[in-house]
Ligand binder design. Structure first.
Ligand code: NAD
Length: 495
């Protein structure tokens, strides 16, 4: 059985708390590893080392920092396949999807390579006579990231690349369910020339998280995970004087207008609803079908589901892998039962699909005639379950989306440019797709939802990431009049 250690002071570090957590291969259901769960004392040790490292690292020149980032970028690209395989072996998502996750993470490293430009301040000459004013951005010191199971490579890179580029030391507390990707990334940071202690990994659960949230030497916390924990992290972290950006859960709606291309919308619903077994914060979980398109759209989605190949993510023929744990699979199956009991029409039942015998698999489920009071509508299921709500008009569909407490992503499918523009103007959601089902911003735009999908006022990565990991300082400067200088400047004073 693999022993999964922390990474502190630039090296693998055995846990000393005596507490461990199980790590599974979800495709077989077998336990493959044991991860050390940090005590408060172990977290404090990592933070103390990070604090010393941060003092040195903030003095490193911008060219040195970008040299390390470029080297890390090259190493990450060279190890992308290996990293994707680790993700598949502990998360379960298919290898091509895991490779996509690594590619999205890599884009954040590429963005951060431009730190000399990104961190520039402003300058105002002669703000008053003989007085100049300029602004600079400085690192915060030690910052922490707490990340979810569903993107064990990409989400840590959303945070670490910018945090480190800005001159901070970064302490990562990854999900204990799929912890190994973080350790390969730690090795690559070291090989890239990052000084020991600037990137650390402490595995753990609630005890580690509470220690991070209350530690006086941690200046900022970036969190991604479910809404109840995001709210707790935001409230506790800010009450302890920290900057916090806490991204929460989602219930993403895809609004399909009567003029949409049915085939294109059905393809999009299938890939965005069932990709990564629905375990994506940007997964589409509700299709809002407006008017007459509902019938043909439900038929078109249903027709595609028997062709979806469910299997081990390491098998190149698989299109959808298992869920993260057996417990989660049972929870998702429970929602299907609850939907049927409350009156939803089960068009395709994933519980009856032909599935591999071992592992945490569940087939794709399609529910029609879902109403907003059913638990399959109100709750984030985080599994391969797509709910169709029928709406009478564009306005009804829009009102439904705007009434939802989650507001991470949404999409509209239509051929009408005016309708699409009205939607992007009116919808109260942080990320909007127009004929694009998963509107994930690229690394040079920041990522984040609204309402219960994000606590805090800064979105993650991109320009807002640079702002989050630095604080502004404004310098007002006056020098003695040159005519009074003891140095002969060799030219007459003109002003
Ligand atoms: P989670 O909230 O259970 O865990 C996230 C992190 O919090 C993990 O590191 C975990 O160890 C820690 N944690 C869990 N319970 C805790 C507790 N009681 N006290 C302190 N810390 C605790 O989330 P998850 O199941 O790992 O990930 C799935 C969730 O993340 C979904 O809700 C999904 O929508 C969300 N997510 C959101 C985004 C986004 O960008 N908004 C991106 C990815 C995932």
């Amino acid at each position: 059985m693999k022993q999964i250690t922390h990474w502190i002071d630039g090296r693998p570090t055995d846990g000393t708390s005596g507490r461990i957590g199980p790590v599974y291969n979800p495709a077989t259901g077998e336990q493959t590893g044991e991860v050390a769960l940090a005590s408060a004392e172990e977290v404090r040790r990592a933070v103390a080392i990070a604090k010393d490292a941060a003092r040195e690292w903030r003095s490193a020149s911008l060219s040195r920092r970008s040299t390390v980032l470029f080297a890390f970028r090259e190493l990450l690209a060279a190890h992308a396949d290996e990293l994707a395989s680790i993700v598949t072996s502990e998360h379960g998502k298919v290898h091509s999807d895991a490779a996509g996750e690594v590619a999205r993470g890599l884009e954040n490293v590429e963005f951060a390579c431009g730190v000399p430009h990104l961190i520039k301040g402003g300058f105002s000459e002669q703000a008053s006579t003989g007085v100049d004013v300029y602004s600079i951005r400085q690192p915060l010191g030690v910052v922490a990231g707490i990340t979810p199971f569903n993107f064990p490579a990409m989400v840590p890179l959303w945070m670490a690349a910018n945090a480190i580029a800005c001159g901070n030391a970064f302490v990562l507390k990854p999900s204990e369910k799929d912890p190994s990707a973080s350790l390969l990334m730690a090795q690559l940071w070291k090989q890239a020339g990052l000084p020991d202690g600037v990137f650390s990994v402490v595995h753990g659960d609630r005890e580690a998280v509470e220690t991070i949230l209350t530690h006086p030497d941690i200046a900022a916390v970036s969190f991604v995970g479910s809404t109840p924990i995001a709210r707790h992290v935001y409230e506790t972290g800010t009450a302890n004087g920290k900057r916090v950006q806490a991204l929460g859960g989602a219930k993403n709606h895809m609004l399909v207008l009567p003029d949409a291309d049915v085939s294109q919308a059905a393809d999009a619903a299938v890939s965005a609803g069932y990709g990564s077994a629905g375990e994506r914060c940007m997964a589409i979980s509700v299709v809002v079908a407006v008017g007459d398109i509902a019938g043909p759209l439900v038929d078109a989605i249903a027709a595609r589901l028997p062709k979806l190949r469910v299997g081990d993510g390491a098998d190149p023929d698989s299109e959808m892998g298992p869920l993260i744990t057996g417990e989660h699979r049972e929870r998702v199956a429970g929602y299907i039962a609850a939907g049927a009991t409350s009156g939803a029409r089960v068009v395709v039942d994933g519980r009856e699909a032909e599935l591999p015998e071992r592992g945490f698999f569940l087939g794709a489920t399609l529910l029609d005639d879902v109403t907003p009071t059913m638990s399959v509508y109100t709750d984030e299921i985080f599994g391969p379950v797509l709910a169709v709500v029928r709406a009478g008009s564009y306005e009804d569909g829009l009102a439904l989306i705007n009434a939802n407490p989650y507001a991470n992503g949404t999409a509209i499918f239509t051929r009408d440019g005016g309708a699409a523009r009205a939607f992007q103007f009116d919808v109260e959601v942080g990320m909007v797709g127009v004929n694009v089902p998963i509107p994930v911003p690229v690394a040079y735009y920041s990522f984040g939802g609204w309402k219960n999908s994000l606590f805090g006022d800064t979105h993650m990565y991109g320009p807002e990431g640079i702002s989050f990991y630095t604080r502004g300082k404004v310098v007002t400067e006056r020098w003695p009049d040159p005519s009074t200088s003891s140095v002969d400047l060799g030219f007459p004073r003109t002003s």
